[in-house]
Write a protein that binds this ligand. Structure first.
Ligand code: F6R
Length: 260
């Protein structure tokens, strides 16, 4: 895996925005998988800035939502669609109908999962942006999720509900059920980019990149992908045994690698 250690979270956001800008430059019709949560906000702020400056356009792009709560009304502020609209897609030139996600209003969410999985497969995701939970989850694939799993309904752990309670008025309001792209679905993306910053992510980053590949730590599945990039800040790199090696690799990367 490629591990890029930036000085701070804002610099990490710039590194990821550069990757997305390069992708859209090479392929304006690219499909980008979008995560929610706090980690990608530095990326989204940078993308919004570049779009406003005319440096970047999403006008031909498509975005796929990584995961979504079940049981919330579609206009609830905490839905991930609404979050992404607020934090990114409503502030760039992405066509609103090209922000795709599972149909959480479907009578049987399993049908919605199958339809969403099929929609993703029909186009393929060029770059999937990810964060990582303190328990190693990616998307809402909690520990013990099959590394081959597809888009499906999951039950959140107590830990994740507690972590996410900050987006609700109380813990009781956090839904128990979600739809998430599976780990197998995520691994099908052509490129994976995980961003994690701050001291609370140091252990998760070390386990994801240097620990064994295990369903007990879903983010470790990125080790199975041929093009996975982890962008972290110094605080999140604190427990990496190979931090110096990654700094050397990045500082000495050849010209052709700097371009892509
Ligand atoms: C969000 C998602 C989650 C988050 C993870 C980290 O769409 O899929 O896996 O990426 O919970 O959240 P933050 O970034 O808030 O620490």
């Amino acid at each position: 895996m490629e591990v890029i250690i930036a000085a701070n979270a804002n610099d990490a956001g710039v590194v990821v925005a550069d990757l997305i800008e390069r992708l859209l430059h090479d392929k304006p019709t690219a499909a980008i998988g979008l995560a929610t949560g706090s980690s990608p906000l530095v990326v989204y702020a940078e993308l919004i800035r570049r779009c406003a400056a005319g440096q970047l356009s999403f006008s031909e792009a498509t975005a796929f939502i990584l995961d979504e709560y079940l049981g919330l009304t579609t206009d609830h502020a905490a839905t991930y669609r609404e979050f992404l609209r607020r934090e990114l897609t409503g502030r760039i030139d992405l066509e609103p109908e090209r922000l795709l996600g599972p149909d959480t209003a479907a009578e049987d969410p399993r049908d919605a999962c199958a339809a969403y999985e099929q929609r993703i497969a029909s186009q393929g995701i060029d770059l999937q942006l990810l964060g990582v939970g303190t328990d190693g989850h990616i998307g809402f694939n909690e520990p013990t999720s099959s590394l081959s799993s597809r888009t499906r309904v999951k039950t959140l752990t107590r830990q994740t509900r507690t972590d996410n309670a900050r987006f609700f008025d109380s813990l009781a309001q956090v839904p128990h059920h979600v739809v998430t792209q599976g780990i197998g679905t995520i691994l099908d993306a052509r490129r994976l980019v995980l961003i994690a910053c701050g001291p609370s992510k140091a252990e998760a980053v070390a386990r994801a990149t240097e620990g064994p590949v295990s369903a007990m730590f879903p983010a470790s599945a990125l080790q199975l992908h041929e093009r996975a990039t982890i962008v972290i800040d110094e605080e999140a790199a604190a427990l990496l045994q190979l931090a110096d090696y990654h700094r050397d690799v990045y500082a000495n990367r050849p010209e052709w690698q700097r371009r892509g």
